[in-house]
Design a binder for this molecule. Structure first.
Ligand SMILES: Nc1nc2c(ncn2[C@@H]2O[C@H](COP(=O)(O)O[C@H]3[C@@H](O)[C@H](n4cnc5c(=O)[nH]c(N)nc54)O[C@@H]3COP(=O)(O)O)[C@@H](O)[C@H]2O)c(=O)[nH]1
Length: 487
């Protein structure tokens, strides 16, 4: 049971107790009015022995009536115990109940004990005395419920006794209260409000085993995750050692003509069981294990092996390669690239280099490497543009050539999302900076049309092609009108 459910349940319980209390009050009152009706119908001479006997029998036979008195004027002449030898004034009825019976509340008769509070029902010459404690006792509420007050419609509350004066209510304490009114009566029932600590303790029998079960489950999951992570890390390390990282190529198309102009190389790792592991998993693993440079080196080797001939045959085509932040911190990549592209005969201008905004946070470390790579002819692209945390200050410190608009700005095109307008602003900004724009993650013709209309030069995404193995990419390239595959 949840906490809010427990609170609502308590409120419902107190409300139902209030209804029950009111039923009890009207029942008690009903017994007294029944006695009043009965005695009013008796034909005996007033205050005769027969009349007094009737009054005594009724009082003794009723659980709620204490005494019945009779008198023709303002004084009681006789009651259930006999004719009165002293002067006793009748209680004055201050209110009238819906059934027409006049009542005096909280009457304190001298000869019944000083703390007893009586309700007196007046009709004809009769006064029926009820002990008001009867309203408060045996009303049958739930455990912890207390009948706080019984009042008349006027608001006058009935004391249970003068010794134990119930009203006025304390309205500012920590209790849940409910009032119910009907037939000229209003009752208020209360229960101490459940506290959260009390709730927890009441749920202990359920919560303790649940907590233990959850702790065991989490422990087990942590162990499995750790073992999986460790085995995955070990497996990956071995795969890198065996040079098993390959590349797939996602075509980049020119939006104005629809023609493929190049590709993005995306690292791929196929495990021994044939399953592919997403780069979203193994690239962070490589970063943590200090293996990212070796992964990138294998991707570059794959590009040279897979597409070297094609690049040499198509001087205007390009392949872009992702660089990680850690690789920009050292200059070792410079020598490696220099050698690789010189030996393979690939023009550096055909190798675009993608870096994310976030990797440029430490510009002082990244800048020298990137400036030198660009001087050699590589084109620099800012990947996932708009999703980094670096602000745009890097654009003042580093000359770049291309902005790759992140998928999240493309997928909102045509939707009602608040970021929809940002897409247009990002494109306008890139144009203002005289940069080429590549839109990522284009999946629909409507998105392509929007981008084309705003002068975006290039796009990649499932609308055109998924990342393809080298063979598939070359088939895609040569199927374009006017394109020839490398022979
Ligand atoms: N440092 C390096 N990071 C790399 C390298 N290879 C990949 N990555 C990064 O891993 C991330 C996931 O890449 P991947 O699972 O390959 O996903 C790419 C595409 O498949 C996917 N994509 C392309 N088009 C669509 C599309 O229309 N819809 C859609 N839902 N997804 C699409 O996007 C990923 C390419 O993202 P990006 O690089 O931002 O262009 C990814 O962050 C890679 O960068 C690596 O060698 N080094």
């Amino acid at each position: 049971m949840t906490w809010s459910f427990a609170v609502a349940t308590q409120r419902r319980e107190v409300a139902s107790d209030a209804e029950e209390a009111l039923a009890h009050v009207t029942e008690v009152y009903g017994e007294a009015t029944a006695a009043l009706r009965h005695i009013s119908a008796v034909q005996a001479a007033p205050c005769s022995p027969a009349h007094i006997r009737e009054m005594l029998q009724l009082a003794e036979g009723s659980p709620v009536v204490v005494n019945i008195g009779y008198g023709r004027g303002d004084l009681v002449e006789c009651n259930s115990w006999g004719p009165l030898s002293y002067r006793l004034e009748k209680a004055r009825a201050a209110e009238t109940m819906p059934d027409g019976v006049g009542v005096a509340v909280n009457w304190r008769p001298k000869n019944f004990g000083t703390d007893r509070a009586m309700l007196v029902l007046r009709s004809g010459g009769y006064s029926v005395l009820m002990d008001q404690r009867g309203f408060y006792s045996d009303w049958g509420g739930s455990d912890g419920s207390k009948l706080e007050s019984v009042s008349l419609a006027s608001g006058t509350a009935l004391l249970a006794s003068y010794a134990e004066s119930r009203p006025p209510l304390k309205s500012d304490d920590d209790a849940v209260r409910s009032s119910f009114a009907a037939d000229g009566w209003t009752v208020t029932v209360s229960q101490p409000a459940i506290t959260f600590a009390g709730y927890l303790s009441s749920q202990r029998a359920l919560l303790v085993p649940l907590a233990v079960a959850l702790a065991l489950l989490f422990g087990l999951l942590a162990i499995l995750w750790l073992r999986y992570g460790l085995s995955m890390a070990g497996e990956f390390r071995a795969a890198v050692r065996r040079r098993e990282i390959s590349a797939h190529y996602q075509p980049v198309v020119e939006l104005a003509t629809g023609r493929c102009v190049g590709a993005e190389a995306l690292a791929r790792w196929r495990r021994a069981d044939g399953s592919q592991v997403s780069p979203d998993v193994f690239i962070p693993l490589a970063e943590r294990a200090g293996l990212i440079a070796r992964v990138r080196e294998q991707v570059v080797a794959a590009v040279v092996r897979d597409l070297g001939r094609w690049l040499r045959a198509n001087a205007e085509a390009h392949v872009s390669i992702n660089l990680s932040a850690s690789e920009l911190r050292s200059e070792s990549i410079l020598q490696e690239f220099e050698e690789t592209f010189r030996v393979s005969g690939i023009d550096c201008r055909q190798i675009w280099l993608e870096v994310t905004e976030t990797s440029l946070i430490d510009m002082a470390e990244a800048r020298p490497t990137l400036v030198e790579l660009r001087r050699r002819g590589h084109r620099l692209a800012i990947d996932d543009f708009g999703t980094g945390y670096s602000g745009l200050s890097y654009l003042q410190q580093l000359r770049v050539d291309i902005l790759k608009i992140d998928r999240c700005f493309v997928e909102v095109i045509g939707s009602d999302a608040a970021t929809r307008d940002v897409t247009g602003l990002v494109i306008a900004l890139a144009h203002q900076l005289e940069l080429d724009v590549v839109a990522e993650g284009v999946e629909s013709e409507a998105q392509a049309a929007y981008l084309r209309q705003r002068g975006v030069a290039y796009a990649q995404g499932w609308l055109f092609a998924q990342p393809l193995p080298a063979d598939g990419f070359l088939v895609f390239w040569s199927s374009q009108p006017g394109r020839i595959a490398a022979s």
